[in-house]
Design a protein around this ligand. Structure first.
Ligand code: BGC
Length: 827
């Protein structure tokens, strides 16, 4: 009967190029879901199926038919027509997702697969043509493709799924991947901007909205979150990261995984997440994309791997390897990472996809001689699926025939992939019906995008409280700069599907917010951020001169950050600094709003402006968010997720550095301008600093000002000592000493003073976004367990060592409000 349905549906659909799932498709899947469920649940049916099947029909395909028939008869007898199609579908899905049932289904399916079908599951193809080309359709029919990426036309996706599930021998549905990095049509701030919110709820909601929108197009897998610890602002990919801090990145990684995957990954609107790039990519030498990394194992484990462990613990479905070389072995062929850490230590049961063609690149790295050897290294190390390459499809068969790769390894890779597909509920429901999902760019989505943008903006400075601007006391305001009205640029990198029509620019938003109260005068002044033509600067000066205040919209266009867009000089590009200098000469208040994909070195403009709002690339609703902040409808509350260097030569500079044997302090450094001509070698401060800049950053990690004034006045602990295995509460009191209600991000830092390997001078161990009304005093408690202080020591085991600890609470990593406690060995 099932067979008839398949034939019927195939015939009914033959002839048209792109078709939606029909009644027959749906009916078939419902029956099949039932069958599989009951096969799994009923031992009797299973035994019967194996005994009769093996004798009567040696070919697995025939046996499957028998299984379907047996199960179906059983179902029909049991439930008849009592259940509605909808409730049946939902209950089937829930039960089918029980872990032990999924394992049985994986096992059963794997047992019926040919080697070529297995290798097919391990191959992902780019399918961005906008239709289903013959080569793809043929590959799907032959079971040679397990996943496609970059197809976002729902009709095409449904057609590809239909071919895969109806026209291939085993009917295995496809994973459909896409880089949905910070929004789909509705664009949220770039991930680095989202990290500046320090708000897991906002980040989770952003991912949820992105998932819901992407799912309407049939996408069921995003290549996000990107959780490479990034401490080098030259690296273009810092834009897609969550910054430099282990804890902040880990917590926001979990929020993103939860947002994408939802509570139930098989529910419509949930998509699989992918933690990338495993691992160490953020440490590429001199911030050059794709370059080499050299990371000692303790640092790898204590810093770079930790966010990935958090994502694994949160149930991330997939992981992507990094393009980079790690200590001489490129990540895509790195057995230590993919086998020892990921599988043996973390027991990860999702699947690992290579990065784009990164298996074949093992040869370019100089690790292998040819594609066959690259396939060998990658599969042996633990890569399960190859993205956009053909090393697996061309060479795995011969590697197995030669006995160099075991069939167990292949089965393990395929099981990992099938498990993810089962968890996504694709076998029950491979097709997409956009109508069951919320509309794209809903009011709710745009509201969430605005909230995220508001919370992401960091006020770096605000001399003489020049901000917020008052539309009552000002008559006019000049809005000048290449990024004031640049709808595409404000979206940032990785917005393949972002809808530029949804962008509201700062210039438009300022007009709508205060345009009826004051004269808003706009001049772009520069074609783009890189322009070196200053012929309109005189006009800009005139406009600024005749206005009560000038808001300068500066920064970088989106193309200057992201993959393969690293910079060696991270000053404001083009003639922007000159524009600032000219406007400064007017003597009028100057506010800089900077839109950029990375921290910039702002040393040459910081004293030329009265206030700076650092807005990253804020996404679709960046304009209204910035306008509300400029005019005091909202107070800035973002905090830096990464340190801002004064000059590029300070990189890497980050808050959790080690102390060194000769730490710099204000009384042991000298400046190049103060050195006498014949100064003897030992006359200068002998400490860890540069002669030609400060030893401190321009703006520290965690920094961010507010229109409110938060005063932290007391810190205390619940005791002076904790025994190993126990917890301690560290508390601080803060008061809002202003008449503005606002949010503050309260941060807890800890230092382990003496340990078997040296520990950072500060590590973030907790943070909380709180809201304080004017005059309100609040106590914020952080509960710290001794496990939260654990680190990988000399023996590469994670342990907490007893001893003295310092703890600080405050509004940035520079807080001086300190307390102490001691961990005792315990029993
Ligand atoms: C990037 C990945 C991305 C993939 C697919 C690669 O070049 O490194 O981050 O997910 O392309 O587009």
């Amino acid at each position: 009967m099932v067979c008839d349905l398949r034939v019927l549906s195939r015939n009914a659909l033959r002839g048209s190029r792109v078709r939606s799932p029909t009644f027959f498709n749906k009916a078939y899947f419902l029956f099949r879901a039932y069958s599989i469920k009951l096969t799994a649940l009923s031992n009797v049916a299973k035994k019967l199926y194996h005994r009769i099947g093996a004798i009567a029909w040696p070919r697995p395909s025939r046996r499957i038919l028998l299984r379907f028939s047996l199960s179906h008869i059983f179902v029909t007898a049991l439930l008849g027509s009592l259940l509605t199609k909808k409730s049946m579908n939902a209950s089937v899905k829930t039960e089918m997702n029980a872990p032990e049932i999924i394992e049985q289904r994986v096992e059963t399916l794997l047992a019926s697969m040919t080697l070529s079908e297995k290798i097919g599951q391990m191959s992902q193809l780019n399918a961005g043509e906008g239709y289903a080309p013959d080569y793809l359709a043929d590959g799907l029919r032959a079971g040679r493709i397990g996943s496609v990426l970059n197809v976002v036309d729902v009709k095409v996706v449904n057609e590809l799924q239909r071919i895969a599930v109806e026209e291939s021998r085993l009917g295995i549905p496809l994973m459909v991947g896409r880089d949905v990095i910070h929004g789909f049509k509705t664009v949220m701030p770039i991930p680095l901007g989202q990290a500046a919110t320090w708000n897991p709820d906002v980040v989770k909601e952003g991912a949820r909205i992105a998932a819901l929108e992407a799912a309407t197009c049939g996408v069921n897998w995003t290549f996000a979150p990107m959780i490479d610890i990034s401490r080098d602002a030259r690296w273009g990919r810092i834009a897609e990261s969550l910054g430099e801090c282990v804890l902040l990145t880990s917590e926001l990684a979990v929020a993103m995984v939860e947002g994408f995957q939802g509570d139930d990954m098989s529910a419509s609107g949930s998509i699989a997440a992918c933690a990338k790039h495993f691992a160490g990519y953020g440490a590429v030498e001199s911030g050059r994309d794709y370059a080499t990394t050299n990371i000692p194992e303790t640092k790898l484990r204590n810093v770079y791997l930790r966010p990935f462990k958090a994502a694994v613990d949160a149930g991330v479905s997939t992981m992507m390897t990094s393009f980079s070389d790690l200590n001489g072995i490129p990540a895509t062929g790195n057995e230590f990472l993919l086998r020892q850490v990921l599988r043996d230590e973390w027991n990860y049961d999702g699947f690992v996809v290579s990065d784009w063609d990164s298996i074949r690149q093992l040869q370019v790295h100089g690790l292998t001689e040819n594609d066959k050897e690259s396939a060998f290294e990658a599969v042996s190390a633990g890569v399960d699926m190859e993205m956009a390459g053909d090393a697996f499809s061309h060479h795995l068969v011969s590697l197995i025939e030669e006995g160099r790769v075991s069939i167990e390894r292949i089965d393990n890779a395929v099981a990992n992939i099938l498990r993810a597909k089962f968890r996504l509920g694709l076998f029950e429901d491979p097709f997409t019906n956009p109508e069951v999902l919320p509309p794209i760019a809903s009011e709710e989505a745009l509201k969430a995008a605005k909230r995220a943008a508001i919370e992401s903006v960091v006020m770096l400075k605000n001399d003489h409280a020049v901000l917020p601007l008052s539309s009552e006391s000002l008559q006019s305001v000049a809005v000048i700069g290449p990024l004031a009205d640049a709808p595409y640029q404000q979206l940032g990198t990785w917005i393949f599907d972002g809808d530029v029509e949804l962008s509201i620019t700062p210039m438009h938003a300022i007009h709508s917010l205060v345009g009826h109260d004051l004269d808003v005068r706009y001049l772009r002044a520069m074609e783009n951020s890189r322009s070196r033509a200053s012929d309109t600067f005189d006009e800009a000066v005139q406009i600024a001169q005749s206005s009560d205040a000038t808001i300068l919209f500066l920064g970088e266009e989106s193309i200057l950050s992201g993959e393969a867009h690293s910079r060696a000089d991270i000053n404001l590009p083009g003639d922007q600094a000159e524009l600032v200098r000219r406007i400064r000469e007017t003597g009028k208040p100057v506010i800089a709003v900077i839109l950029a994909g990375r921290p910039l070195t702002l040393t040459n403009i910081v004293d030329q402006v009265d206030a700076i709002l650092f807005a990253w690339h804020p996404g679709s609703m960046g304009g209204p968010a910035i306008a509300d902040l400029l005019f005091g409808v909202e107070s800035p509350s973002g905090k830096l997720p990464t340190t801002f260097p004064r000059v590029v030569g300070q990189i890497p500079i980050y808050y959790s550095q080690k102390n060194s044997g000769k730490p710099a302090s204000w009384d042991n450094v000298a400046h190049i301008d103060d050195i006498e001509t014949r100064a003897p070698q030992t006359s200068l401060g002998m400490s860890a600093f540069h002669l030609d800049t400060h030893f401190t950053p321009l703006f520290a990690f965690g920094h961010g000002l507010s229109y409110a004034a938060f005063e932290y006045h007391r810190i205390w602990t619940s005791g002076n000592e904790i025994a190993m295995g126990e917890g301690i509460t560290i508390s601080a009191e803060l008061t809002n000493q202003s008449d503005v209600a606002a949010d503050e991000v309260v941060q807890l830092y800890v230092r382990d003073l003496v340990a078997s390997i040296t520990r950072p001078v500060k590590e973030l161990k907790g943070f909380r976004r709180v809201h304080l009304e004017p005059g309100e005093t609040l106590t914020v408690d952080f509960l710290l367990h001794t496990d939260d202080l654990a680190f990988f020591g000399r023996d590469m085991q994670i342990t907490t060592e007893p001893g003295e600890f310092h703890a600080w609470i405050g509004g940035s990593s520079e807080t001086q409000l300190r307390t102490e406690f001691r961990i005792t060995p315990g029993n």
